[in-house]
Design a protein around this ligand. Sequence first.
Ligand SMILES: NC(=O)c1ccc[n+]([C@@H]2O[C@H](COP(=O)([O-])OP(=O)(O)OC[C@H]3O[C@@H](n4cnc5c(N)ncnc54)[C@H](O)[C@@H]3O)[C@@H](O)[C@H]2O)c1
Length: 375
Amino acid sequence: MADKLRAAVIGCGEICSNHTLGYLNSKRYEVVALADLSPQAMIDFDDRFTEFDDYKPEHFTDAREMLDKTKPDVVSVGVWDQGHAPMTIAAAASGVKAVLCEKPMAESIGAAADMLLVCRRNGVKLAIGHQRRFLPTYTLARQMIADGAIGDPYLITSFTRDGLPNYSSHQADMYRYVLSDPECTWVMGGVERETDQWARAVPIEDKALAAFGFDNGARAAIFSGLTPESSFDARIYGSDGMIHLSVTDLKIMNGKTGGWQEHKLDGEYVKYGADNFEMVEAGAAQARGLAEWVSGEAAEYRGEGANGYKALEMVHAAYESARTHTQVQMPLQTRVNPLELMIESGHLPVRYPGRYDIRNRTLRGENVVIDTDNV
Ligand SMILES: NC(=O)c1ccc[n+]([C@@H]2O[C@H](COP(=O)([O-])OP(=O)(O)OC[C@H]3O[C@@H](n4cnc5c(N)ncnc54)[C@H](O)[C@@H]3O)[C@@H](O)[C@H]2O)c1
């Protein structure tokens, strides 16, 4: 096996602790550097990984200084959404081999396109953290559908919450993954925004309904904020059967199963039922796949940037449909966030004024609110 890759982290919060655990569990990386505006965030981060020999990071409060001084091979970008493009571009320009940036890929399609362009021009591999592509149940669903186990797939439904880009970009990516990555060809959407709700400094809607059509004939529908239940589950209907998919379990019913047939799968890194199975298993498999891609052992990577772009494009197209009152034909041409356009233009006035952010619980101190001048 090749030497271990030198990994660094920008944004030492919730999700990058999963990236880091994935790097360490995959045994393909050593973690050499952290960057965060908050020194305390990095100290707290260290406490989580004391048992790992491959974890010996230097701390930096300036991400660009970290890139310059430590020259990592792979960089995780786990700051809030508006920082994804600037930090990915800074890392790509500094000469890293790969960036694993969190979802949603960026705050706009324009910024996401810039990330793809800069990474391509610098020969940098770009991955977006839709980690559920690496779950055993998701991959089993993909195989079953490709093998014709439910006939022709024609509709997938999901019940979600907390803003389409924030939460449902994962569903958009999942639809494409389980359907063997078809192109989304059209999107129709509607939103309600009675409260001034934000998620990590990005405005979100209270409720949304979004429908998608794919070039293989399948369709999908997201009900966001509309039902008491919400999850990363999906119900996949085909001409000859159906699948219920969750992050840990899959059940299938078709003419041969005689009712639901259940599958509870162990991961390659943790067993079914382990604490936080989803994040631990997917994080490690995501990290290993990235190492194989970076080192040339694998020609492709299922979490590559183009897939992250398409997931963001789908949910922003739902906003654009609401803005223009049309069925949006893909690719999406509007390069800014259409929900922001609706808010700024007065198209979507709130009924109950007063801004609140559903993710403020992760903020530290006064100076760590997402600072767009500082990314
Ligand atoms: N893939 C998933 O399932 C998943 C889950 C949670 C979050 N996310 C995504 O990950 C991103 C981060 O979310 P989180 O909940 O981990 O956030 P968080 O608030 O827990 O952590 C973000 C960290 O970034 C730091 N930071 C901010 N600006 C910085 C800068 N310029 N330089 C260095 N550090 C900076 C903050 O100090 C903070 O420690 C978001 O885009 C979110 O959508 C993805």
